[in-house]
Design a protein around this ligand. Structure first.
Ligand code: ZN
Length: 319
């Protein structure tokens, strides 16, 4: 395995790592997550799904849900959703009619995920009881957000077979190569979904950084810059890396994307702390040609410089 230098330590700006940052309150708490996992496992047991992969069409069939070829926009007009909100809706369940409609032209992976997401709305008892009487879009915004987040957790837990995933995924070393194998050979799920689930469940402190080409305001010519789109971290990972930061143009992440390199590369990633100190994390990166995924260990402070020396030199601003 090659060792490539990560983001430059000097010269261009390394991404900023904030060591102490309160984790924002999740819409789905850990105890909710466990009860949704129970629901997903009950769904799998009830319908005899015992080994991956889970075929989404069979999941819909098991719940007696029919996919209808109706225009989603027509349905959304009926439920009084303002036209500007239509684009955000990719699929919709009619709990009473037992039908699911998908947005026309939805990419296959999104459709597969959407199928299980809609099954969740129909299967989770506390959602089903309400949605039978009232469409989701008529519920108060905070309830909608809660139900949507729960449905996504259910979809993940169902696709990854609840606790089975943890026994399969965390037996050897934690690595992107293992996660790629799980996505392609075992679960038939997208890299995004598999990597995120892998990192969220990781027993070790790990963080997944997802980079995407910087959007130049609709310009057809991409700038070649990669922007941190979002990150997902395990329970034990401490700190915050703000989305929107640009990867070093000469660093491993940008190079991997620019060269369309196949496979996983190992490198180091250097971060700048808020007070000027450097942090280093072991990293692995992989590109699926749309995004670069970087899995990092907990960044640790570089000890070559006396800690806090930069702070000590600063002159306090006059009051
Ligand atoms: Zn939904």
């Amino acid at each position: 395995m090659s060792r490539v230098t990560g983001l430059a330590e000097n010269g261009s700006n390394p991404p900023i790592f904030v060591e102490k940052q309160r984790t924002p309150m999740s819409r789905v708490t850990n105890s909710d997550r466990l009860s949704i996992r129970d629901q997903a496992e009950r769904f799998l047991d009830t319908h005899g799904f015992s080994t991956p992969p889970l075929p989404p069409d069979q999941a819909l069939e098991a719940r007696n849900l029919e996919v209808v070829q109706l225009s989603l926009d027509d349905i959304l007009i009926k439920v009084n959703l303002p036209p500007e909100e239509h684009e955000k809706v990719q699929a919709m369940l009619d709990a009473r009619e037992r039908t699911v409609a998908f947005r026309r032209g939805l990419p296959e992976q999104k459709k597969r995920w959407g199928a299980l997401h809609e099954v969740a709305h129909e299967f989770i008892p506390w959602q089903r009881d309400i949605l039978y009487c009232c469409p989701l879009l008529w519920l108060p915004a905070h309830v909608q957000r809660q139900f949507e987040a729960e449905a996504d957790v259910f979809a993940a837990e169902a696709f990854f077979f609840g606790q089975q995933f943890h026994k399969k995924a965390f037996v050897g070393d934690l690595s992107l190569a293992t996660a790629i194998e799980l996505a392609t050979d075992v679960y038939g799920t997208s890299f995004h979904a598999t990597f995120a689930h892998y990192v969220e469940g990781s027993p070790l402190p790990r963080c997944l950084l997802v980079w995407k080409p910087k959007d130049e305001g609709g310009s057809a010519r991409p700038s070649g810059e990669l922007e941190l789109h979002y990150y997902v971290k395990s329970k034990g990972f401490l700190g915050h890396i703000s989305p929107g930061q640009i990867a070093d143009p000469d660093g491993a992440v940008t190079k991997l994307f620019r060269d369309s390199s196949p496979g996983v590369i190992n490198h180091e990633m250097i971060f700048a702390g808020m007070s000027g100190q450097g942090y280093v994390a072991q990293a692995e990166s992989f590109s699926n040609s749309y995004n670069v995924f970087t899995l990092i260990s907990q960044p640790t402070r570089r000890s070559t410089q006396p800690v806090g020396s930069l702070d000590a030199c600063r002159t306090p601003r006059p009051a």
